[in-house]
Design a protein around this ligand. Structure first.
Ligand SMILES: [Zn+2]
Length: 288
């Protein structure tokens, strides 16, 4: 029998990947689906393992209205070509808009990333160049966009009849990165992506969110590079508290935070009084 679809009757977020880059955590790397009334409408990131989880979720690629990248570290983007090749055998015919950050010396822009994968003549998988260039026998087209969002105020990046999608630039070391807010069915869902929490753009983006998904990549005592890249629990708690979010889900769990859930929760509760959950792969969080 088919499993109950996540978000069959309303809006819900399904965690396809609750882990970070490490494979020993036995979790897929970062990826999320936003469901509305039985259809997966938006997808955020596609880290390694998420393609298999996508199949297990029973989502349909042809239902997606938009794909959002937080940034292009492998644990957020590595399974994107696998998902695209899978969809080549599916029934999608309409273009798929793909939004993500601009590039710099360390990372491609979103348009470059898609071209580096599928573009002719230099793309790694140029045999799929029909995905990026008009082609008479093409199945559908990927339409990448570089989102030049600021760090202080959310920017509308995409909207249609089902949703509005806002982005704010966040600090993730030297890597261009975005946090995303998806507004659907009257609900606000915010994805921190990877960030060290510097600045208050993420708080503005998350203001009054019905669901805030934050990345629990480092423990409270993190220093050095770890801390320049990621938010410790106290910063997650302060952000969730200041933004008055209704529900907090912790994902992007890593070997250095797994097993420390109690102290993580304690740190967060000093600043945020709402419900906190730790995500596992394929967990479905209905947005009430
Ligand atoms: Zn990451």
């Amino acid at each position: 029998m088919r499993a109950q679809t996540c978000g069959a009757t309303g809006v819900a977020v399904q965690v396809l990947g609750s882990g970070g880059p490490e494979l020993q955590d036995k979790r897929a790397s970062t990826s999320y689906l936003v469901w509305d009334r039985g259809r997966a409408r938006a997808m955020v990131d596609a880290g390694g393992g998420s393609a298999l989880r996508f199949g297990e979720s029973e989502a349909k690629w042809s239902d997606l209205d938009v794909f959002l990248f937080s940034h292009f570290h492998v644990d957020h983007s590595g399974d994107f070509p696998a998902l695209v090749f899978s969809s080549w055998f599916g029934d999608r015919r309409r273009p798929l808009p793909v939004y993500g950050p601009p590039g710099n010396q360390y990372m491609p822009s979103t348009t470059e990333f898609v071209r580096d994968l599928f573009g002719d003549p230099h793309g790694a998988w140029r045999y799929l160049s029909e995905m990026v260039e008009p082609h008479p026998e093409g199945t559908y087209e990927l339409q990448p966009h570089d989102v030049e969002a600021g760090a202080t105020w959310p920017m509308l990046a995409f909207h249609n009849d089902n949703m509005a999608v806002f982005a704010v630039r966040v600090v993730h070391g030297a890597f261009p990165a975005l946090a995303w807010r998806v507004e659907m069915g009257g609900k606000r869902i915010v994805f921190s992506g990877d960030t060290n929490g510097e600045g208050d753009g993420l708080t503005k983006l998350a203001m009054n969110a019905d669901l805030f998904i934050a990345h629990n990549a480092v423990p409270e005592d993190a220093t050095g590079l770890e801390r320049r890249l990621h938010m410790p629990p106290s910063v997650i708690g302060v952000t969730a508290g200041n933004a008055h979010v209704k529900q907090l889900v912790l994902s992007h769990r890593m070997l250095r935070t797994l097993g420390k859930e109690e102290e993580t929760q304690t740190q967060i509760k000093l600043h945020y009084a709402g419900p906190v959950a730790f995500a596992n792969d394929l967990d479905c969080f209905p947005v009430e």
